[in-house]
Design a protein around this ligand. Sequence first.
Ligand code: 0A1
Ligand code: ZN
Length: 885
Amino acid sequence: MTDRQAQTVRLADYRPPNYLIDHVDLTFELAARGTRVESSLTVRRNGSHDESLWLDGDELTLESIELDGKPLAAEQVEERDNGLSISGLPDRCTLTMVCRVDPVDNTKLDGLYQSSGNFCTQCEPEGFRRITFFPDRPDVLSRYRVTLIADKASCPVLLSNGNPVESRDLEDGRHLAVWDDPHPKPSYLFALVAGDLKSIHDQFTTASGRTIDLGIYVEPHNIDRCDHAMRSLIKSMAWDEETYGREYDLDVFNIVAVDDFNMGAMENKGLNIFNSKFILARSETATDHDYEGIESVVAHEYFHNWSGNRVTCRDWFQLSLKEGFTVFRDQEFSADMGSRAVKRIEEVNLLRQVQFPEDAGPQAHPVQPKEYEQINNFYTATVYNKGAEVVRMWHNLLGWETFRRGTDRYFERFDGQAVTIEDFIDTMAEQADFDTAQFRRWYDRAGTPIVHVKKRIEGNDLVVDFRQEIPAVAGQEDDAPFLIPLGIAAFDRDGKPVSLSGPDRNGEPQTTLVLSKTEESRRFTLPAGAGLPVLSLNRGFTAPVKVEHDYDATDLALLAGSDTDEFNRWDAYQRLVLLTLVERIHQAEEQGDWPESGLPEGLSAAFGRLLHSAVSTQGGADPRFVAECLTLPSENYIAEQFHQDVPVDAIHRARVELREQLANEWSQTLVLAFEKLAVDGEYRFDGVDVGRRALRAQVLGYLNALDHPAWRRLAVEQLEEADNMTERFNALTALSLRASDERDQALEAFAEEWKDDPLVMDKWLALRARMVEPDDAETLAALEAHPAFSIRNPNRVRALVGTFSRGNPVAFHASTGSGYRWVADKIIEIDGFNPQIAARMATVFSRWRRYDGGRADRMRGELERMLDRRDCSTDLAEIAGKALK
Ligand code: 0A1
Ligand code: ZN
């Protein structure tokens, strides 16, 4: 077995820090090897005690340590492998230390490292201890002054947090810059960047009239790809002032893009560092989807300046305090910038496809986790996205104005402090007229509640029965009910709204029920003579729950066409598709061979209606919304409908077949739509054009699901003629659906054309990863050996290994186990130099128990192989260990 020490950290064990650090003075003499870090900490005893001061440290070489200018007595310092313990300190003192670190060898991309030869840092959550010894916990807030010294020729740019205060040349060819951050901050928000970068600049004038200098720094060859990020930043700054009354608080705001980054981006105070994927865009190389990602991640990091930085987290169990809230804020920003309904659909898709599965498996944890082994493993969809849903419920239950009063109060009360989820809840609860104690369960109990809904007629009344089912997950078994806000409406057989509790101000008969008991019924009086209506439930996805209701295809088709809630119209259509697919798969299982089934009438008609609505000249539907509807549920989401023995191959087959049937039936209309939706003129990233391109991509995909040279020609023409990556890549994707010479030539030409552009090649790698056939070891080996791939770069790993394991279920789950083996091999290799990424990749094995015996055994075997290594990281060990428990 291993010699690793799994240490569980528990929320219940939280103790305030016994020393505080008011000021931190740092001087860096940067070098690829042997960077010298001098730190001077003003230490203050917190309370009255005689305990030692603990300073975290990881892979550091300590050269010297002094107390108030004198060497520390040897018996006062105890160096352990994870830090320093210092005893016998006065109430106040200054500790000065010199450490050495080797950025060039830092393959974990955590702490101070190099990306393309430039120096950069990542400190959240526990990277600062890899730079210098420090009480590396978010409840120690300090003012930082940072001096950077580096060779001027190779590092002309020197950046850190706060405002620039000095810069000058030194005599030895080096230069120096001093940065001062007046806002006390936890160490995880520290950052520095030094390197050969080019920048674009703009300004923003705040509501109170201060001018902020904005800069975006990138490697010189990317300088023509920064404009969209800058526009996004300026929009975010304006939005946070208008929406939340939050102004920016330093003289400068800088963003740096780096190619090697474990996550999306990081909100370091005044110096956000980004994965270049979320900054760089020009229309020739980035897709609409990339443009949207950039807009929302730039906003997310910017919004953290208040929700995260000014008001920060007491400890890492409070991570969702900043992440859930900030995701909610960035979601609303994006909704305001584009289509609200489409944004909501995307959010719910992510929740259902990533968070619900996480919440149903061995990695399930509450929005506020109660314990962890490796905090890096808790940057999850639950903490981020379910956390955002919980904030959204606060918003929906309180109403915008009251919610805003609550957030004002929260920012005012806790400005400059490190606080807890409890503090947020208490502040919001002051404004609330519902049972906030019961609402708190959303933070404490893992698992997705299921709401079973039944309807019946009693006399003239419609009676709706609700039953909450709270599934047992990851050791949590209590089934006390949640407080669930559930949007509901009813429609008659002609699709007309039926008044439930009297029309509200909009004349809309919908209402939001607040469910709070395990079983409860609601009674509504119906208009005389009304029959049993069709229910529209959880409208707009008011609660992150699963709704179980006995819908038949007729009900769903009716809602798909008539629901006044756009989100639920989409949801009804998706349910209708799922119903058809699941039925076919069950039939196949029962019959023992594949059923000959025609295209169901209702589904076909709904498909045609949607398509027509998008091309009709008068009052047509938003093409973007139609594109979302026509997107078939992913194989993974279909798999979620099966609890045991997931029929991987049947799911694939059913989905492919249905796509062909729909395309066959509607090919004329699809071709018409393809022509009508053409976008003229120069590329514009705006709602109208993005929507047209999105629907056109779906249409081209359906057409190319058919084996027809004419439709392939449409794709090849688009690939050759379009001047933007969105349309070119959509064409390539459509071609990739079937084997053909055109496909092979196009893939090869594309790779040749973009071989020097890593972000574009990531798209290509991901597309290729999706196309790999089961047991095709040769292709996997070729992709791995392809010059575009590098196992050291997280973006490349996500593109190839991530997409193969999550986006190609048939090959990943090949019954021989070849897919599992290949992915596990990669994970083990990656674990040797970047455990965070290895652990993330490994979560795809978590739910092995849902697969048939042979597959389950093989997946379990791979988890054991990952775990049973002497040098398995604690990151990977936590994930694999939980999966095997
Ligand atoms: N706070 C960042 C996410 C982040 C977390 C960890 C990182 O490195 C291990 C990097 C970024 C955000 O929410 O954007
Ligand atoms: Zn965040």
